[in-house]
Design a protein around this ligand. Structure first.
Ligand code: GLA
Length: 387
């Protein structure tokens, strides 16, 4: 049954149906909340919501995946510890209210096929679908960028993750067969066509759920802010790691706090790597681009310290294979997927070879996805109005 059918059977009304995708990211990890650059694309896996106004003071939420319905009066809107999936609906709603928008009661059913905990941002998929659908339903007049900010607000205030803007932006602005080169300081972006000339992007899912991730994530963000504060004492014009040079880090952070220095060093280098990587893509040099993916993994694992043994295993296992140009962990870290640039005809061989090796070494199954890109948030169907 589709989410539309399920919605109709529970709520006996015609819904507006909206879908919003998950994302991959090629380079630029943990740079977004440092006002740096990212290079994501939307995937063809989506969170889907069916919604209609209910003319009450209640939000009635149904999760297809959990087969559960939860009702909360709008007047009592707050983060939930039980049924944590409701936080994406409630957080976005509250974010809109905080932004001065009028939202009244609604019924919503939530479904999706973005793997949860795989680092493909299923949460941004849901929150962006909710934001887009509420904007439509209540004619709030918000732009896609404002919707991305609202979804980010929900992640900060309801899920407790002080995330950057990459995931929400990619979900709302994705374009099939294109990467988004986004400057997270100015929010300027350009679409870069994905031209892989016989190569494909493949995700290997560790099937490790990133439980530790939110605490560690927020700690990394704080360390970056600490690095900026140390630099700012001497260079007051500096506002984020985007403005910081390696020389500044050596001068002002390394002597005081080596751990903070190492984290900041990774971010500063990753921004430069992304810009150089975009040049590689423009000139069709996939070999050089792939090397940068490996370099990013090294930085994330050894310096930023957000990898885990399973992710490192998967990157090391393909490193010597001539048909793999690049591999690295993707997303926040501590689990989820690696992203790999692999010669198309070698994908089956590599995936078949890797799965038993991974399972023997790590005691978990390996899941492989060949990435297909997709478009950003869109309306699937509007309510059918009776004649
Ligand atoms: C998570 C966050 C993003 C970004 C990535 C790491 O996906 O939601 O904002 O920081 O981690 O690049």
């Amino acid at each position: 049954m589709t989410v539309t059918d399920i919605f109709k059977s529970i709520f006996e009304a015609e819904p507006l149906v909206v879908q919003s995708p998950g994302r991959i990211n090629l380079l630029g990890e943990h740079t977004d909340y440092n006002e740096g650059f990212v290079l994501p694309a939307a995937v063809n896996k989506y969170a889907t919501v069916a919604i209609s106004a209910n003319n009450t003071g209640n939000i009635v939420m149904h999760s297809v995946q959990f087969n559960k319905t939860v009702t909360l009066p709008l007047a009592e809107i707050a983060p939930q510890t039980e049924n944590s999936w409701t936080n994406y609906v409630l957080g976005v709603t509250d974010g809109l209210i905080h932004g001065g928008k009028k939202v009244t009661g609604f019924n919503i059913a939530v479904d999706g096929d973005i793997p949860i905990g795989a680092g493909m941002s299923s949460s941004a998929g849901i929150s962006c679908a909710v934001a887009f659908s509420l904007n439509e339903l209540f004619s709030l007049g918000l732009s896609r960028e404002q919707l991305a900010r609202t979804a980010q607000w929900a992640e900060h205030n309801y899920a407790g993750v002080a995330c950057g803007i990459m995931d929400q932006f990619a979900s709302l602005f994705g374009k099939a067969n294109h990467l988004i080169q986004l400057d997270c300081r100015s929010i300027e972006y350009k679409y870069v066509p994905i031209e892989m000339e016989g190569y494909a992007l493949v995700l290997f899912n560790t099937n490790v759920k990133h439980n530790l991730a939110s605490t560690e994530y927020n700690q990394r963000r704080q360390q970056c802010e600490k690095g900026v504060a140390l630099v700012k004492e001497k260079y007051p014009q500096v506002n984020s790691l985007r403005d910081v040079t390696m020389a500044m880090l050596h001068e002002l952070v390394e002597p005081v706090d080596v751990s903070t220095f190492t984290r900041c060093k990774y971010v500063v280098e990753e921004n430069a790597r992304l810009l150089a990587g975009c040049e590689d893509l423009r000139s069709g040099d996939l070999i050089a681009f792939g090397k940068k993916m490996y370099a990013t993994h090294h930085g994330l694992s050894a310096e930023y310290n957000v990898s885990c043994p399973e992710l490192d295993f998967l990157v090391d296992a393909v490193r010597e294979d001539a048909d793999v140009l690049g591999a690295r962990m993707m997303g926040g870290g501590f689990g989820g997927c690696t992203i790999n640039l692999i010669k198309e005809e070698a994908i089956d061989r590599i995936a078949t070879d890797l799965a038993p090796k991974y399972e023997a070494a790590m005691g978990k199954p390996l899941t492989t996805y060949v990435v297909l890109t997709g478009d950003g948030t869109s309306i699937v169907s509007k309510p059918v109005v009776a004649a």
